[in-house]
Design a binder for this molecule. Structure first.
Ligand code: NAP
Length: 544
């Protein structure tokens, strides 16, 4: 059937990745739909993002009870989160529990990276190749590869000469790193940097933070959750998740309906103050509705945070360097932290502004910048990821006539609904570019795709269809819609990874869909209800 004599296995579906997406998709296709499924995972166990990102302080910014799979209500009742925000070890334990509970590892192949996937128009099947020599033939190929899974380590002169150990936050050693008595240098002050800096500072002898762009951050107000509060959530879980699914960002908070510009300065500051005290997403979503779209409204929030930085950080020169001025609040991923700005009051922490005095080289003993030399024993790269497309481009994915996905996406990713791309039949991308994905609470978006993709596959089985493929025009219209929506927001005013701006040479295209999780779900549901309008359904089954 595969037409390839080297094929080592034939299955209905191959799923790439064993994080939230791979676990959810495997469960759905294998256990609920009875398909044969092979899952490939590069790590040696399940966990995805949370398998790799084990850096000190790593945790999720979604509240724990929202950061879960919902396909089994009993699982939601049984699992007891301990932190307000789930910490990396706890999320990994949770995903391990999900894998155990539904025996999801039994058809997973670990320590194996998918390197190629080639479509055959003759057989209407994919042949999936791995770095371990597997060659698996499947009808459906589903990627659950995450949006932030290709680490970005900038090329810096002399970096190989550094004599101490160096680590990327996204590929952290499983045994952990002991910084006791060490001088540490860290490059990067994004989410991973602001989470790890306070924790490393507590342990290290000295920490040098190499900051290129200061970021806005609000306090997370992290803590433990009580059994009583979790029990209360569990009583209302259906309601909470229904709200999350219909919301803008996959969380259940009520979004404020008020403009920051229609209230007095006093009232506005009181609202921000409440958000600051409550912490986390409440600051952004519970305050005003135009912070993300109107620069005058945004200025009020940005000014408030800069004022807070000046209040917290004792040295005015350091406070000034930590204050973002080149982009509006929220135009890069909004950050929430625990003691981040306070950390710069410690005697053992030095902020090095590499915007005004750039790094010239990494030396065997540290970093030389335009204004001095900084010596340390351990180097941490908190420098981010080649987001959303990086992992796709690393695989040799070929559709009709050997067409390579990375060529089709050379000027930016092209998808219809962020889940499918023209020229690549029966390929489904969970939280692909052009879907809400990274602008949302990921498990909510992941499960929506799992459900939608399995709906397509059920329909193909019912009607004995061979192929399912995005229409070029529908795709062009969708990409235009995604760009148009983004252009009305302040997201376009920052050099962010959402736009690919962190990767030299990457096309500047806003990749996620900003229209909101609820609106997006509705669109996907309408497309399905209308018989998958905008997709070509190949009627000729090879089994016919
Ligand atoms: P990031 O947001 O892309 O931040 C990378 C940092 O490294 C930035 O400060 C960047 O500076 C700096 N950098 C990159 N290249 C550099 C160079 N050549 N020289 C000097 N500095 C350089 O990456 P991240 O912190 O790993 O976060 C990525 C995303 O992962 C987040 O936005 C979030 O979506 C997700 N994440 C989430 C959590 C959470 O839920 N709490 C935690 C970690 C990560 P510039 O700003 O100047 O480019």
């Amino acid at each position: 059937m595969s037409g390839n004599s080297n094929v080592t296995e034939e299955v209905d579906a191959v799923v790439i990745g064993a994080g939230f997406a791979g676990l959810g998709m495997n469960r759905r296709l294998r256990d609920e739909m009875g398909l044969s499924v092979r899952v490939f995972e590069a790590g040696n166990d399940v966990g995805g993002t949370w398998y790799w990102n084990r850096y000190p302080g790593a945790r999720c910014d979604s509240e724990s009870f929202l950061y879960c799979l919902t396909f089994d209500k009993q699982l939601m009742q049984d699992w007891e989160w301990s932190g307000k925000y789930p910490e990396q070890p706890e999320i990994l334990r949770y995903l391990g529990h999900v894998a155990d509970r539904y025996n999801l590892r039994s058809n997973m192949t670990f320590n194996t990276r998918v390197t190629s996937a080639h479509w055959s128009d003759l057989t209407n099947r994919w042949t999936v190749g791995t770095d371990q020599g597997d060659s698996v033939s499947c009808k459906w190929l589903v990627t659950g590869i995450g949006c932030l899974s290709s680490t970005q380590k900038p090329k810096i002169t002399g970096q190989d000469s550094f004599s101490g150990p160096s680590y990327h936050t996204g590929e952290w050693p499983h045994e952990g790193v002991d910084f006791t008595g060490k001088r540490v240098g860290i490059i990067g002050t994004g989410s991973s940097g602001i989470q790890s800096i306070p924790v490393i500072a507590e342990q290290a002898k000295h920490l040098f933070v190499f900051q290129r762009t200061p970021n806005y951050s609000v306090p997370a107000r992290h803590g433990t959750v009580t059994k009583e509060s979790l029990d209360e959530v569990k009583k209302q879980y259906d309601d909470i998740m229904a709200k999350a699914r219909a919301s803008a960002v996959g969380m259940h908070y009520e979004q404020s309906g008020q403009s920051a510009l229609e209230v007095s300065e006093e009232e506005r500051n009181a609202t921000y103050e409440r958000g600051w005290e409550e912490g986390g997403a409440k600051f952004l979503f519970g305050s005003f509705n135009d912070i993300g779209s109107d620069i005058r409204a945004n200025d009020t929030a940005s000014d408030f945070i800069r004022k807070k930085i000046r209040e917290i950080v004792k040295d005015p020169a350091v406070a000034s360097k930590l204050s973002p001025v080149d982009h509006p609040f929220g135009s890069k991923r909004p950050l929430i932290d625990t003691n981040y700005f306070d950390t710069y009051n410690r005697d053992n922490v030095t902020l090095v502004d590499i915007r005004s005095a750039p790094i010239q080289e990494i030396t065997p003993t540290g970093i030389r910048t335009a204004d001095g030399e900084y010596e340390f024993d351990v180097l941490v790269y908190a420098t981010g990821f080649d987001a959303m497309t990086g992992t796709y481009n690393k695989m040799d994915i070929r559709g009709h006539d050997g067409l390579a996905l990375k060529d089709v996406w050379a000027a930016g990713p092209l998808t219809y609904l962020g889940v499918s791309t023209a020229g690549f039949p029966n390929l489904f991308m969970i939280t692909g570019p052009g879907s809400p994905s990274v602008l949302s609470n990921m498990p909510v978006s992941i499960e929506q795709h799992v459900e939608w993709i399995s709906g397509v596959i059920e329909c193909m089985q019912k009607d004995d269809l061979a192929t399912f493929e995005a229409d070029e025009q529908a795709q062009t219209d969708w990409v235009a819609h995604v760009n148009e929506l983004a252009s009305t927001t302040l997201f376009m005013q920052a050099d962010s990874w959402y736009l690919g701006a962190n990767i030299p040479g990457k096309p500047r295209v806003f990749m996620p869909y900003v229209g909101g999780v609820g609106a997006y779900r509705q669109k996907c549901d309408e497309v399905a209800a209308a018989g998958y309008v905008g997709f070509h359904l190949g009627k000729e089954s090879i089994s016919a």
